[in-house]
Design a protein around this ligand. Sequence first.
Ligand code: ADP
Length: 361
Amino acid sequence: MAYLTLKGINKIYPNGFHAVHDFNLEIEKGEFIVFVGSSGCGKSTTLRMIAGLEDISSGEFLINGEYANDKGPRERQVAMVFQSYALYPQMSVYDNLAFGLTLQGVDEDVIDQKVQKVAKILGLTEYLDRMPRALSGGQRQRVAVGRAIIRKVGIFLMDEPLSNLDAKQRVTMRAEIAQIHRETGATTIYVTHDQVEAMTLADRIVIMKQGYIQQVGTPYELYFRPSNLFVAGFIGEPPMNFVRGTVKNGCLTIGGRDFDVRQKLGARAADYEGKDLYFGFRPEAIVLGTRENALPVDVTVELTEMLGDNTNLYVNIGETNAILKVSPYDAPQMDEDITFSIPYENIYLFDAETEEAIYVD
Ligand code: ADP
């Protein structure tokens, strides 16, 4: 049995706004789940329903198979870290960490052991006597995380916990959060709009759009087998390139050359004759020059962007803008005419009407 079950969950706010539609998910004990999607897609609302901070309008929420819709946050055994990691400004780091346990009347020796242990995990030992105002943003964030993990809870919920940190601190904290999860093994649900956080932290990602789940899967599955145009365009930076075209005689015309789509469509090939498809390929899933079992495309380099570890080439395929990600060591120059090739296995097709990905196997 799954540890947490969300069955047909809906959220309709009192003003009538339907924020979450038919949300279904089973979460195993110890899993690290990330909800990702653009701002306003319903991630926080779902997290708050799991926390017990927001009513569930319809559907069932089960913990260990037990109906939990009506349980309060305490009964659900959740700890939550919010965007604004409000610490008690007049208390030292030690007291901030100890506060929850002190309220529960836990023995002082036990509290001390726990505070020392959590401080060690988070690298806060030497700051225990400091006040929050004398800490950096990253250190304050660690105290906030520490306050959540010091209590023994079943579910650890985090809502954009890194959004107040600068880019460098975010990378460090991201690694720390992964480490804390490995050490505590706590079931974690983490909300972010940042696909890099989702890809690096998650066992499984739930990607949402306008209140609907688009796909649930491992980072690998979302990247290599996106279920629709939205997921394909959301995961990956720069995003997947899409060229829209109409199927004629089993072919799409891509940059002046015919690409036979029948092998990619299998038995459904006949259905798509005369219909529109999106042809998709990732910026990095190409080779310069020609290659066997690949579609060659001729383009002019309109612009180059040298980023250090790679160079982005901006090109036009017909009327469509596309980006190619190549090695900076042998990158073509601006205005150069080049041929690049897309290996057949790296080509994706999407139904232009439903926006669903088409896979034959
Ligand atoms: P996310 O976390 O993905 O950014 P939210 O779950 O916060 O999105 O919000 C989802 C949608 O619900 C948004 O359109 C938001 O404006 C709306 N919303 C959030 N809270 C309320 C509320 N209390 N009343 C009405 N609408 C709300």
